[in-house]
Design a protein around this ligand. Structure first.
Ligand SMILES: Cc1cc2nc3c(=O)[nH]c(=O)nc-3n(C[C@H](O)[C@H](O)[C@H](O)COP(=O)(O)OP(=O)(O)OC[C@H]3O[C@@H](n4cnc5c(N)ncnc54)[C@H](O)[C@@H]3O)c2cc1C
Length: 501
């Protein structure tokens, strides 16, 4: 395949419209024609309201300012994720997982050193919240934007209304030249060789293209339905397969700057603050709780009566074996899904489309090129899956069958076994991450925050003396609080955006 002259995208969820914008932006000026077909009868999944910092890079790439899109999509800033109730270890019942900042270099050595000392039995402060500025931004509802006289970049993601982002991206894509059709595809026609020839609508219209992008959600109409690419489930070590969703009003003090992920009896609940409402959902395993009981548990957690009307969803957790097959690229839920705890789904959409564009532009289309592409995508999924599995395996609660099984199973990849072994034997985790070459998926800081944040340290500690006591925690506290004093309230930052919209 050379750079395609025509691209047909099946699916107008967030994945489809993101792909449409990127293909149009990068290849549209050279003549590539992009068409997106979606069915208003089928609709979109309409969840997925938290992002990683990759979304900022996407909007920057398209040249779209925050003042332009954020107010339109009821969006807020996100500095990381607060994990609550995942550990019953005193002092570790809650931890905040920060997105990176340019300030991290001043406190990471101290954090990793103290985590090492504590793993080896010394009583030193090794809770991640003490070492990273975004934990204070989240606590005090401060926007992750720095003033000109404090020029240290603080990376951040967003929370947003999935329906509004879809509609906004549709507007961007179509205004830049993408053709949009509302139609239901009833058949995928293949050539004698097995390539995709055309998408055929239920009223018999045919849409051909050089490249087909399957963004049809969990239906995976082209990649699995027509091309029969196998789906590899992750159910052995990621148990959650369902979600129940309910919105609530925003807190009187205004939206927070983090996602909250609170462990419940058979999974966990998200709380995502937008400017006009909060999104809430309980992600659970149907092997341990039925949908009605899950709804009651979510509503009780939110302090609401158990008979409110909720929305139920099923999740298909796993990935297709290869994302690029023949003349089809699968993205979004059609490509794979590893549950939303780390809010990585849209990140993977962007990474897939961007890598595809780079690959086609830079390399000849040889079998080895496709193998390398598919291996890179698979590696990313497995890396994210391992990090998610670590959340459950390294959690410290055993009050229900779900948690006993989630913290006790042995379905761990060799990579995760290596990391656990390094952490729990008091060895060097940074070296292990480097040895495995997985730093591009989750850094050593992330692994330390997760494993340390749930209090995975020896129960008995000795007073720290000598070298083990060398980190001056008062200095770290002073540095982190001093830095945090440079940020301004989230509410003010959102008001400024609306004023500039
Ligand atoms: C409970 C839950 C929580 C999530 N939370 C997050 C999160 O916090 N962060 C994150 O990044 N992601 C999250 N995700 C994932 C996120 O929702 C999706 O990655 C994102 O919405 C993109 O979905 P999609 O576009 O692939 O599919 P969909 O939104 O399902 O869109 C599929 C499209 O295909 C079209 N279609 C399907 N079949 C046909 C057909 N035959 N003919 C024509 N059109 C067709 C539909 O009309 C629709 O337009 C979450 C997912 C779930 C289930």
């Amino acid at each position: 395949m050379k750079r395609p002259a025509t691209i047909t995208i099946l699916g107008g969820g967030t994945a489809g419209w993101m792909a449409a914008c990127l293909f149009q932006h990068h290849w549209g000026p050279n003549g590539t024609k992009v068409t997106l077909i979606e069915s208003s009868d089928i609709g979109i999944i309409g969840v997925g309201e938290g992002s990683t910092p990759q979304l900022k890079a996407f909007f920057d790439d398209l040249g779209i300012a925050e003042a332009e899109w954020m107010p339109r999509c009821n969006a807020t800033y996100k500095t990381g994720i607060a994990f609550e109730g995942w550990s019953d270890r005193p002092g570790f019942e809650r931890y905040f997982h920060p997105f990176p900042t340019e300030l991290d270099g001043h406190t990471t050595l101290q954090f990793i050193f103290n985590a090492y000392a504590r793993r080896n039995g010394h009583d030193v402060v090794a809770h991640p919240d003490r070492f990273y500025v975004p934990a204070l931004l989240a606590r005090d509802r401060l926007a992750p934007l720095t003033p000109a006289n404090f020029p240290f970049f603080t990376s951040y993601g967003y929370h947003f209304d999935a329906h509004l982002v879809g509609a906004y991206l549709r507007e961007v894509a179509t205004s830049r030249g993408v053709t949009h059709l509302d139609a239901t595809i009833a058949e995928v026609a293949l050539t004698a060789r097995g390539d995709v020839e055309a998408l055929v609508t239920d009223d018999g219209r045919r849409f051909g293209a050089d490249l087909f992008v399957d963004a049809s959600g969990f239906r995976a109409v082209i990649i699995e339905g027509a091309l029969r690419e196998p789906h590899l489930p992750f159910a052995a070590n990621l148990f959650n397969d369902s979600a129940v969703v309910f919105p609530t009003p925003i807190a009187p003090e205004g939206p927070g700057v983090c996602t909250r992920a609170t462990a419940l009896g058979a999974g966990w609940a998200w709380h995502i603050p937008l400017t006009n409402r909060a999104g809430n959902g309980y992600v659970y395993s149907s092997r341990y709780i039925d949908p009605d009981a899950a709804a009651v548990e979510l509503l009780t957690h939110l302090g609401l009566p158990g008979d409110s009307e909720v929305r139920h969803l099923k999740m298909r957790v796993g990935r297709v074996e290869r994302s690029w097959v023949r003349n089809c690229l699968a993205i979004g839920l059609a490509q794979g899904f590893v549950e939303p705890l780390e809010a990585t789904a849209l990140h993977v959409v962007l990474a897939t489309v961007e890598r595809f564009i780079r690959t086609i532009d830079a390399e000849p289309d040889m079998p080895a090129t496709r193998e390398a592409f598919n291996a890179a995508i698979a590696r990313r999924y497995e890396g994210i899956r391992d990090y998610l599995v670590c959340h459950y395996r390294a959690a410290n609660r055993a009050d229900t069958d779900y948690w006993r099984d989630a913290t006790g199973h042995d379905h761990l990849s060799d990579s995760l076994k290596g990391l656990f072994s390094a952490w729990f034997t008091g060895a060097n985790v940074e070296e292990e991450v480097a040895r495995q070459g997985i730093d591009d998926i989750y850094t050593a800081i992330s692994w330390h925050c997760l494993l340390g944040g749930y209090g995975n340290y020896p129960a008995t500690l000795q007073p720290a003396t000598g070298a083990a006591a060398q980190v001056d925690i008062d200095r770290v506290d002073k540095f982190v609080t001093g830095c945090a004093s440079n940020y301004s309230p989230h509410r003010d930052a959102l008001a400024r955006l609306s004023a500039n919209a």
